[in-house]
Design a binder for this molecule. Structure first.
Ligand code: ADP
Ligand code: MG
Length: 682
């Protein structure tokens, strides 16, 4: 059995009932596999003894102590047990909040093994977070290195430790290795089974770290393997004439503005790829609003002029539609046939479109992935562009690539990622970057506002609306259904229309609004017939309405950095001064506060991405879809860059010598399972 096959629910584990299973689910842990991959965030080394007087600054003591006496602090219901103890070095007090029952175990005279972090309060050493066991019992929490797990409400360290131990002693015994034996030897890797045990129940911290690196290597190796197997290879192609460039020149001449230097540069790079001797894959990075779409259309032109087709895949129907409109306006006059394929087009209307794609008369085909993955056949697909690429998995990309013949691939993303991440997630891919925004854009003014001050925000928005501008309001929830205290789009839509902006026309968009209706409402907003758009983060990517100058995100603390940055990018797209208001509620964590401050400080997407990486770690990079593919459990790319390099090298060597993995049936199966998981997750 491979690790990925441990699909049993955690609820099968001894002593894990429905409530605990729900608590696990809050951490994304549903199966035994998830549990094994829930790695400790730290360890307590309880092999080193440390007396009470030696424990300082959050370092735990690890000592044998004797209970001296009991006392209580507080009154009535709030009465709390206080237990005086001493070891050879000092005496101290244990404050037992909500644990009065400890009085019977901690009787005066009892000797205990004790681990506790003390601080000086009221002239004595106190601890309210401690672990202990009676000296007479065999050591369970002492004399070893203990894992410390990330928890959620309803979980304790001991629940997680015992659940993990149970899986290690049962299902995990059947885990087989997928990494080829010779590689294990050269890279001195332990078996997967041993590594999992050692990472959860190490003898020493060093052993734990070694085990983590083994798991990290496996993760990265597998990821690189999948990239190599599923991504277009750099196959060489037959020589062909240089692509014509007349159409592109005409399109550029017809633009109402000049291209930025960065745009010109990346266009040169992409067209060089298209003319190159091998099939190319390139990642185009550029902050929101930097003009990637235009680059996409312009580079599509030489391919179309040469008589071949171009496909553009967008993550949402909204965005696909908008791209189709832009393309129609810009390319229609050049006589190019643009075709929009989306899931909401009824079968009857779709048939002729599919035929146009199949016979080649549809020259630029724009759609969502659902459309490209079914029976769509191209006559001669030569160039594939994927917008907001981080929303797609490798296998979706691969499915599209297979519809072409030696088709070049251009991936576009507004979530810029540091080099190590780019390598891990995209493999060897050239990158082009648009660093500067088009001229004339005014910097967006970002304001942070407390929920209780929201009326001031509404005032500013009203002023903008009065001078003819438009505004977005974004909420974390669709409707009040889950009885949350949080504001939701439905209810606020009502309030915005009735109470706050009664003179304006307000509209509503979220994922449960039917496509047809969504399209209608968006169209009205684009044309300025509605002034205020209440929405969820569905409008996060791509929506382009230059007259909109206000982006208000309520409960901003609920959104990740990248999402907020993307949302902010919906304004500041025209000539007018624009504003982003991030409205936060009072129960704001330190983390959330730090996130909002970053956005307040900088509007540079690259800086935001770096901060995001630093704060959250790459495994969790928001904006990058948490699919089976992208989720890293053990690898930490800020620390494991060296591992990534070896894993890449090893994967490439294996791929070169055995491109179909015929000699590696287990590895092959692992790759397939991951494809499957990814398809399910996206
Ligand atoms: P991205 O996809 O990179 O977020 P878009 O392609 O949507 O950005 O472009 C944002 C806006 O900027 C669009 O309205 C587009 O027409 C405009 N734009 C693109 N390039 C330029 C340019 N060189 N000068 C002025 N405006 C531009
Ligand atoms: Mg875009």
């Amino acid at each position: 059995m491979l690790l990925v096959e441990l699909e049993q629910s955690v609820q099968q584990i001894k002593r894990v009932g429905p409530a605990t299973a729900r608590a696990f689910a809050r951490l994304g842990i549903v199966t035994e596999r998830d549990l094994l991959l829930h790695l400790p965030r730290d360890y307590h080394d309880r092999t080193i003894t440390r007396s009470i007087s030696e424990a300082r600054d959050g370092v735990e003591c690890n000592t044998v102590a004797e209970v001296i006496a009991h006392d209580t602090i507080g009154w009535g219901r709030k009465k709390t047990l206080k237990v005086y103890i001493k070891d050879a070095s000092a005496s101290a007090a244990l404050i037992c909040f909500g644990r009065d029952f400890l009085a019977t175990r901690l009787k005066p005279g009892v000797r205990i093994r004790l681990a506790a972090a003390f601080s000086y309060r009221y002239g004595e050493l106190q601890s309210s977070s401690f672990e202990f066991e009676e000296v007479d019992s065999p050591p369970a929490l002492f004399g070893r290195v203990l894992p410390v797990y990330p928890l959620s409400e309803g979980l304790t360290q001991s629940i997680v430790r015992s659940a993990v131990a149970h899986v290690l002693d049962t299902s995990a015994r059947h885990i087989e290795d997928a990494i080829p034996q010779p590689l294990r030897r050269t890279r001195t890797l332990r078996s997967a089974q041993e590594a999992l045990r050692a990472v959860h129940q190490p003898e020493t911290r060093e052993e734990a770290e070694q085990a983590r690196r083994t798991l990290a290597y496996e993760e990265l190796f597998l990821q690189q393997m999948r990239l190599l197997l599923r991504s277009p290879t750099r196959a060489s192609r037959s020589r062909r004439p240089k692509l014509p460039d007349k159409l592109r020149e005409r399109a550029v001449a017809a633009l109402p503005f000049a291209l930025t230097d960065d745009q010109k540069q990346v266009i040169v790079e992409i067209i060089a790829d298209l003319n190159g001797p091998t099939v190319s894959a390139r990642l185009l990075q550029g902050d929101v609003g930097s003009g990637k779409t235009l680059v996409a259309f312009l580079t599509a032109l030489p391919v179309i002029e040469a008589g071949r087709q171009v496909a553009l895949m967008a993550p949402t129907e909204l965005l696909a539609r908008q791209h189709a409109n832009t393309a129609e306006n810009m390319l229609g006059p050049l006589g190019i046939r643009v075709c929009l394929l989306t899931g909401s087009i009824p079968a009857r209307a779709r048939q002729p479109l599919l035929e146009a794609v199949a016979d080649g008369s549809a020259q630029l085909v724009i759609g969502t992935h659902a459309v490209f993955s079914d029976a769509t056949r191209f006559n001669d697909l030569g160039f594939i562009i994927v917008d907001e690429q981080h929303r797609f998995g490798v296998s979706q990309r691969a499915a599209l690539v297979q519809k072409g013949r030696d088709a070049d691939l251009l991936l576009m993303t507004a979530t810029p990622i540091p080099r190590t991440l780019a390598l891990a997630f995209y493999g060897d891919m050239e990158t082009s970057t648009i660093r500067s925004l088009p001229p004339g854009r005014q910097a967006i003014r970002t304001h942070l506002a407390r929920m209780s001050n929201e009326h001031k925000v509404y005032q500013t928005v009203r002023r903008e609306l009065t001078s003819g501008r438009q505004a977005y309001f974004v909420y974390p929830l669709i409707d009040p259904s889950d009885r949350s205290e949080m504001k939701n789009a439905e209810t606020m839509y009502d309030r915005l229309q009735r109470e706050i902006f009664p003179d304006c026309s307000v509209t509503l968009i979220h994922s449960r609004v039917p496509e047809e209706e969504k399209r209608e409402r968006m169209e009205q907003f684009v044309q300025g017939r509605t002034q205020v758009l209440a929405a969820t983060s569905v409008i996060e990517v791509g929506v382009d309405v230059p007259n909109a100058t206000c982006m208000v995100v309520e409960h901003a603390e609920r959104f990740g950095l990248a999402a907020l940055h993307q949302l902010r990018g919906r304004v500041g797209r025209g000539e007018h001064q624009s504003y982003a208001f991030f409205v936060y509620s009072d129960d704001l964590s330190e983390d959330a506060k730090a996130r909002l401050r970053i956005l307040h400080r900088t509007s540079d997407g690259f800086a935001v991405a770096e901060e995001d990486l630093r704060m959250r770690g790459p495994g969790d990079l928001i904006g990058v879809r948490q699919s089976g593919f992208f989720r890293l459990h053990a690898a930490d790319l800020t620390r494991d860059a060296d591992l990534l390099d070896t894993a890449r090298q090893d994967a490439r060597n294996l791929c070169d010598s055995d491109p179909t993995l015929a000699s590696q049936p287990l590895l092959k199966r692992l790759v397939e399972i991951h494809d499957h998981m990814e398809a399910r997750a996206v």
